[in-house]
Design a protein around this ligand. Structure first.
Ligand code: CAA
Length: 283
């Protein structure tokens, strides 16, 4: 199956990054969100990234403009009536995602694949909200999407080989590396990453070390590009908490219990970089 026309639903940090990499790879992309100002903000992020590519002489002005012309902003979901693929990147809430997939199932052509960028929710359950479970799949991009090479590809229980192969090829066309994993809470990326972040938060909670020290240990000692607490701030502490809760509930194992300090920060509205304060402060 040849994918050419794509809709990305959700123009936040992940959605706009996903839209950018599809447009760069010469797909026609509709960037959709509920509110025009969110779509504008997403388009602004992509424009800024394109301008930087021109400044760094990695792209000509014409090439950057061509990427931007392949992007169409949208606030009407019915614009999905002519796409081959939808990539959903909305809030991590199973009810919202299920309703959206049920709606997309009605709007999109029969051949269209519906992919979700969920970081930990069950693909099989999202697929069950549609009448095309064979064409529903997880396509989990990493943040920042334009930079990170990995896309975790997750099959639901009913996902067909044809759907998997189409998404594998599409991922390669984006110049990313697809890695197939099974549909279990947190998949592989967040099942391994989030308990490490949670444990880093426990070391602060228990007074083992200050946040700066925890990050220095992991950066200089393990060669991580960012310390776990900086990374948690970057991902969003609300997202980190949500993923830990999904792991805790999904496996019923207390080894995934979220650190009380993480809960406290989220309750305080200290969500990390996006709110200007998390484990560190941001201007
Ligand atoms: N959007 C676009 N490009 C970005 C960017 C962003 N948000 N942030 C950084 N970049 C680009 C920079 O522009 C720069 O590109 P150029 O060389 O073209 O200038 C390049 O990335 C490197 O950036 P910097 O030199 O500023 O900084 P750095 O070398 O420290 O790299 C980083 C930044 C790539 C983010 C690096 O710190 C890193 O790899 N951090 C870890 C990221 C990570 O672990 N991501 C996964 C998070 S988990 C996840 O996403 C899954 C989930 O479900 C929660």
């Amino acid at each position: 199956m040849k994918i050419k026309n794509v809709m990305v639903v959700g123009a936040g940090q992940m959605g706009s990054g996903i839209a950018q990499v599809f447009a760069q790879a010469e797909f026609n992309v509709i960037l959709h969100d509920l509110k025009a100002e969110i779509v504008e903000k997403g388009m602004g992020y992509i424009t800024k990234n394109m301008n930087r590519q021109v400044e760094k002489e990695r792209m000509t002005r014409e090439e950057a403009d061509a990427v931007l012309t392949r992007l169409t902003p949208s606030t009407d979901l019915n614009n999905a009536s002519d796409v081959d693929l939808v990539v959903e990147a909305v809030v991590e809430n199973i009810d919202i995602k299920s309703k959206l997939f049920s709606h997309l199932d009605e709007i999109t052509p029969n051949h269209a694949i519906l992919a979700t960028n969920t970081s930990s929710l069950p693909i099989t359950e999202i697929a069950a909200a549609t009448n095309r479970a064979g064409k529903v799949i997880g396509m989990h991009f990493m943040n920042p999407v334009p930079v990170m090479k990995l896309v975790e590809i997750i099959r639901g229980l009913a996902t067909t080989d044809e759907t998997y192969e189409a998404i594998e090829q599409t991922t390669k066309a984006l110049d990313k590396v697809p890695v197939e994993v099974k549909d279990f809470p947190g998949f592989v990326s967040n099942r391994v990453l989030m308990p490490m972040i949670n444990e880093a938060i426990y070391t602060v909670f228990e007074g083992v070390a200050e946040p700066e020290a925890v990050d220095e240990v992991m950066k200089l000692g393990m060669n991580h590009p960012m310390g776990p607490l900086t990374l948690a701030d970057f991902i969003g502490l609300d997202t980190c908490l949500y993923i830990m809760e999904t792991l805790h509930e999904g496996f019923g194992d207390d080894k995934y219990r979220p650190c009380p300090l993480l809960r406290k920060y989220v309750k305080a509205g200290w969500l990390g970089k996006k709110t200007g304060k998390g484990f560190f402060e941001y201007n």
